[in-house]
Write a protein that binds this ligand. Structure first.
Ligand code: NDP
Length: 398
């Protein structure tokens, strides 16, 4: 049906490549490009002879991207490099008439701050060019946003309270490791917390608010209120929300390591001089931590991510919990990667499939909740992330 260019060959890129190959009726030609070509070649070779072209590209460099896009002429780029590259890739897509999809919103390298304003600023240009840009199509953001849109479409007249709950109850048997790119992950979880209440943002100290929440098939896990990017678009697209929060589980061991990393300056994102050479401590740290793409082999347990929603249906109060549980072992068996890479990649592949099929295709820049959730929810069940619903249950969150 069309040509896809995957940019990024890390933990997420490897599962996207795997899933794209599994859907070759939709993705008829595939190219995998990244900073380190040997990783693309190794990945392509692992996919049992599937016809994947590979290329080297510095995705910070718009000219290099333009040259690659002009040569390969994809219908869509799946950007699973790092958030730093979002704008350069969007620029190159505009210059060459290519559609765009990513899983994480733009962050400037020099400031640990992420918001959609930079990418929303491209709305007019994509609309005028007749191109589609799909933002935040991983699990969270991504599936959590589609879950919310699905709830609004089918189960509520008004959404009032949204709590996105993200539990990783897996064990990778390492003293400390992050489940996706360590630099991006540590920047995200060490920020101040923030949630939406009564029309404004409320800030908290990092990890200040926490409580045990019970996750299906897992049990109670201490869950911490953090800021997460989908809250920004969801409160705009569902303006009846009185409150929107995001909770993530962390183990004590993880938090202790994180505190030490911060206290000794290894989470710093500004360059320092080391032996006459500039290095960024958090980038050095990434180089010595386990590669998230390699964690799968001994990873046990499962993730459970979902949306707990309260609102009104036919004049009556209703509660609703929609979630997916994903087994790390099953993800590894299927794709050679752990569950977090898997839960991010399957939605990215589905978003690109729906674009190819003309179902999620409209000119402009959109967050995923702005598309019809139904075909996406149907594909989740088919592509390895089945979801479950609970009605009028205790959401534990008043
Ligand atoms: P990794 O660090 O494992 O992989 C990133 C890949 O991007 C690597 O192959 C890297 O190349 C490549 N890359 C980095 N910089 C450039 C560049 N300038 N030009 C070309 N390629 C580059 O990260 P993950 O796979 O863990 O994460 C990928 C993305 O997925 C991130 O943006 C992350 O935020 C997002 N994500 C989203 C989630 C969601 O649910 N929405 C959840 C988890 C992750 P090299 O191999 O040379 O380093």
């Amino acid at each position: 049906m069309g040509k896809v260019l995957i940019i990024g060959a890390g933990g997420v890129g490897s599962v996207v490549a795997n899933k794209v190959v599994q859907n070759k009726d939709v993705f008829t030609e595939i190219m995998l490009a990244s900073r380190t070509r040997s990783k693309c070649d190794a990945l392509a070779a692992s996919l049992h002879g599937a016809p994947i072209r590979t290329a080297q590209v510095d995705a910070d460099n718009v000219n290099e991207l333009v040259a690659l896009l002009t040569e390969f002429k994809p219908d869509i780029v799946i950007n699973v490099a790092l958030p730093y590259q979002d704008l350069a890739i969007m620029e190159a897509c505009l210059a060459t008439g290519v559609n765009y999809l990513d899983t994480a919103n733009y962050e400037p390298k020099e400031e640990a701050k992420y918001e959609y304003s930079w990418q929303w600023a491209y709305r007019d240009r994509f609309r005028e060019a007749g191109l589609t840009a799909i933002l935040g199509c991983g699990f969270d953001p991504g599936v959590t946003s589609v879950f919310t849109a699905y709830a609004a479409k089918h189960h509520f007249d008004e959404l009032h309270y949204l709590d996105i709950v993200d539990c990783n109850a897996g064990d990778h048997h390492k003293a400390f490791a992050t489940n996706f790119n360590p630099e991006i992950n540590i920047r995200e979880v060490t920020q101040k917390g923030k949630y939406w209440e009564n029309g404004r943002w409320v800030w908290t100290e990092p990890h200040e608010i926490h409580r045990p929440l019970t996750y299906p098939n897992i049990g109670a896990k201490e869950s911490y209120l953090i800021y997460h990017e989908e809250l920004e678009s969801l409160v705009k697209n569902f303006p009846t929300l009185k409150r929107a929060r995001f909770w993530m589980t962390f183990g004590q061991e993880y938090l202790t390591h994180l505190r030490v990393i911060q206290n000794i300056g290894m989470a710093r994102i500004d360059p320092i001089l080391y032996n006459g050479m500039e290095i960024v401590p958090i980038q050095f740290l990434k180089a010595v931590l386990p590669d998230p793409g390699e964690l799968g082999e001994n990873y046990t347990g499962e993730t459970s991510i979902g949306c707990r929603i309260k609102g009104i249906k036919d004049g009556k109060a209703r509660t609703y919990y929609v979630y997916n549980n994903c087994s790390h072992e099953a993800a590894y068996k299927e794709t050679g990667a752990q569950g977090v890479s898997y839960t991010t990649s399957v939605p990215a592949t589905i978003g690109a499939m729906l674009f190819m099929q003309g179902i999620w295709r409209k000119p402009g820049v959109f967050n995923v909740e702005e598309f019809d959730p139904d075909p996406f929810m149907a594909e989740l069940n088919k592509q390895g992330l089945p979801w479950h619903e609970l009605f009028d249950t205790d959401l534990e969150l008043e």
